[in-house]
Design a protein around this ligand. Structure first.
Ligand code: NAI
Length: 759
């Protein structure tokens, strides 16, 4: 689907927080960008700041080369080349209008102009502009940070061309990987309007003095299906001044006195803004970092005190409840402090959302998606209504008036906004079919399922916790490869979860190692190796759809796909060294194979394997799919999907294309290894790093073990060896390291904390 001319080049006006990062993300999508600010120097500084930001707005370091900086003073003519001009200058109507007036004569007809304003009506920006300009003008409201937050609100005016809306929506979804919601041109659009309403209700609870900042963050975080940063940490990150602007704008502009007073900031927030304690960028806000400690604001004396962990038994009680809907139901009706909190904050939020939705959005789906994509909520407000049940909400809250949207459903005898079996909004196409379509599931166990994707393509869908790879996952992979070879044209391996896989189930390895069950570990590794080899030599093409984390064994699965189709946000890494091991599911072997594939045996094998050695030894994890390519985890033939929702379809398309082109498994070729001299050289590097104090004694041991495998064991000279030979070396090294107490300590530590231990 394309609409009019496609977007090949862009210009971004304003190189501040948003402008520079929007430019970065356009560059991530491969679009050359002209980034302008008052002067070229200011724009250059803006770009430099973006290059230093964490999390990184750029996929790779060299992505920034697609951005050209310039000044609005001298380089304005350059915007004539842009198909899309994004305005992201200061939030002042007169400044934006003046800029648009200049654009009138400079922009190319048909080029799209959009504003990133968070609160100025788009209609006000259209005033005084020519017809072609108005037809091509709309709001595109990105959320900070634009690379990572999915939501873009697209705001047309009545005069914006339908094709223009479609063109920008299509581009934002497919090329920028965004989730687009088309919003009505009302104050602060959808997500900030609803989100701020909730934040201010919550701030009032802090004002009441009955809850501490820690307690509120404990309630409003993952317990409710919201990000870990919950309420106050989120505000510190986003900037309390930004919150102030948005709230003030809403308080001035929303219709109705009651709604306006709902957006009046509590005095505490104003006090923070007056003092300049506006959050992370000022070094302090609701929290302050003090060395490695975090201090918390005590709102009474306006001073910081040590953090006090929240003790809320109701939250403890639901900690093990997996489904957020079940947690919400229990918490919302609770007779304790948490229940009271939710009825006084979430309750009014639900009522208010139902009240304003018809005027700010086109559908309830749009509202739910805006909150899920813009604020990282697991459930949107209408999904929460349905989780609690309309009648329960009304019984608990006893509101003075019932929103017409709710009344309409009750009048028809309903208790929910959506049917229980309806697909949840904005989750994208799922591998695992919904309840109505179970016939497509051919087999299933606790780790994975085989799913008929249609068109003769079989999917192996992972669904274990964090997709840790255990016996059941491996068994299902093998079953899938067998099934596909007999009855399908191709295989796709993927998941509906955020993360492809965090790697092998360490707990299993640790337990066996502690018991000294070496034969069991040996069998486990052998089985995994046989599985990745079966992928590689399967009679039908195997495409791995990687997304999010693909670590350790998960990365090894990706390395053995005939192709990988990776989501742009893919974090691949052979991280085994972090837990005191080396990759032994074929990962080390595959790394050597790739490194020496085109290497002349008489030439320097060391040079070819040095980089791969370091990638494994330092357990490097890619920060994007593009970066994974630089690290060698992805090849040039592997594909990248900017939008996660399109990933499986794209993987399936690639798989079918390979099948149609007459797929044959790769020939079994020998792998070039360097022999003893390469091993010795790699070991020398390890020794020097250890002597220099850069790595621990145990790191050095692992490094030497890895060097031996990569060099090809005890071969006296360079030679071609079979894959089986290298797999044996990998496995032996793995077993040997499993016998090291410090390796066991690393595994234990990682299982407990999720972080590596450098002992
Ligand atoms: P910022 O203050 O970081 O950057 C604004 C840029 O505009 C600066 O680089 C400044 O040099 C430039 N500028 C100042 N006066 C100018 C003038 N007369 N002509 C041209 N340029 C001028 O602001 P930020 O945060 O990047 O916001 C930009 C736009 O994005 C605003 O409309 C804001 O409402 C919106 N927005 C901001 C978000 C945020 O979280 N910061 C989120 C979503 C939208």
């Amino acid at each position: 689907m394309t609409h009019g001319i496609s977007i090949r080049t862009a210009a971004v006006l304003g190189a501040g927080t948003m402008g520079a990062q929007i430019a970065a993300h356009l560059a991530n999508a491969g679009v050359p960008v002209l980034l302008l600010d008052l002067t070229a120097e200011i724009a250059g500084d803006g770009l430099k700041r973006a290059l230093g930001l964490k999390p990184d707005p750029f996929f790779t370091r060299d992505t920034a080369s697609l951005i050209t900086v310039g000044g609005l003073d001298r380089d304005f003519g350059g915007v004539a080349a842009a198909d899309w001009i994004v305005e992201a200058v200061v939030e002042q109507l007169d400044v934006k209008r003046a800029l648009f007036e200049r654009l009138e004569t400079t922009r190319r007809p048909q080029s799209v102009v959009s504003s990133n304003t968070s609160g100025i009506p788009i209609a006000a920006l259209a005033e005084g502009r020519s017809e072609d300009f108005r037809r091509h003008l709309l709001g595109t409201h990105f959320f900070n940070p634009p690379r990572y937050l999915r939501l873009v609100e697209v705001i047309p005016t009545p005069e914006t061309g339908r094709d223009v809306v479609d063109r920008i929506t299509d581009f934002a979804v497919r090329r920028l990987g965004k989730g687009v919601v088309v919003a009505k041109d009302t104050p602060n659009f959808i997500a900030n309007h609803i989100g701020l309403y909730g934040v201010i209700q919550t701030l009032r609870m802090l004002d009441s003095g009955d809850y501490t900042i820690e307690e509120i963050d404990a309630i409003t975080g993952p317990a409710l299906g919201r990000p870990k940063s919950a309420t106050f940490r989120t505000m510190d990150i986003a900037g309390i001044d930004v919150l102030g602007h948005v709230a003030r704008n809403l308080a001035e502009r929303v219709p109705g006195a009651a709604a306006r007073s709902a957006f009046t900031l509590p005095p505490l927030v104003q006090a923070l803004i007056d003092r300049g304690w506006i959050g992370e960028k000022a070094g302090q806000g609701f929290y302050r970092r003090d060395g490695s400690d975090i201090l918390t604001l005590d709102p009474g004396p306006m001073a910081y005190r040590p953090k006090q962990p929240a003790r809320l038994p109701a939250l403890e009680a639901v900690r093990s409840v997996e489904d957020v809907r079940d947690r919400l139901r229990t918490l919302f009706t609770g007779s304790d402090k948490v229940g009271a909190f939710l009825r006084q904050t979430l309750g009014p939020l639900l009522l208010y959302t139902a009240e304003v939705t018809p005027s700010i959005a086109h559908t309830i789906d749009d509202v739910d998606c805006a909150m899920k994509w813009g604020f990282g909520w697991e459930l949107g407000p209408f999904e929460i209504w349905d989780a609690l049940g309309i009648q329960t909400v009304l019984d608990q809250l006893q509101p003075r008036s019932i929103p017409p949207l709710v009344e309409g459903i009750r009048a028809a005898g309903g208790d929910r906004f959506r049917a229980p079996a309806a697909d949840p909004p904005c989750t994208g196409p799922q591998l695992l079919p919904g309840a109505r379509d179970r016939s497509r599931v051919l087999r299933t166990n606790a780790g994975a399922s085989l799913i008929d994707l249609g068109d003769d393509v079989l999917a192996v869908a992972f669904h274990a916790k964090m997709n840790a790879i255990g016996g059941d996952t491996v068994q299902m992979l093998q079953a899938g490869l067998k099934e596909a070879a007999a009855n399908f044209a191709a295989v796709v391996i993927g998941t509906d979860a955020q993360n492809f896989s965090v790697g092998a189930n360490l707990m299993l390895v640790l337990l066996e190692a502690q018991e000294g069950n070496w034969d069991d570990i040996d069998l486990m590794v052998r089985t995994f190796q046989a599985t990745t080899q079966a992928m590689r030599y399967s009679a039908v093409p195997v495409v791995v759809a990687a997304a999010g984390l693909a670590l350790g064994g998960g990365c090894e699965i990706a390395l053995h796909g005939d192709r990988v189709q990776a989501a742009a946000e893919s974090y691949l890494g052979l991280v085994e060294v972090g837990v005191g091991l080396i990759p032994a599911g074929g990962g080390t072997k595959e790394t050597v194979r790739r490194a020496t594939l085109h290497c002349d045996p008489r030439a320097d094998v060391l040079r070819s394997v040095q980089v791969s050695f370091e990638t494994i030894a330092f357990a490097k994890v890619s920060t994007s799919a593009a970066h994974a390519r630089q690290l060698g985890y992805l090849r040039d033939v592997d594909g990248v999907s900017m939008n996660r929702d399109g990933l499986i379809a794209e993987a399936k398309r690639v798989a079918l294309e390979m099948a149609r082109e007459g797929y044959a498994p790769p020939p079994r070729r020998l792998i070039q290894v360097g022999g003893e001299s390469v091993t010795a050289a790699l070991k020398l590097g390890v020794h020097l790093a250890w002597r220099g104090g850069g790595i621990s004694e145990h790191d050095a041991l692992i490094g030497r073990t890895l060097a031996t495998v990569i060099g090809g064991g005890s071969l006296p000279h360079a030679a071609g060896v079979s894959e089986a030979y290298l797999l044996d070396l990998e496995r032996e090294a793995f077993l040997k390291l499993c016998g090291e107490p410090k390796t066991l300590a690393r595994m234990q530590h990682t299982l407990k904390t999720g972080k590596p231990l450098r002992n």
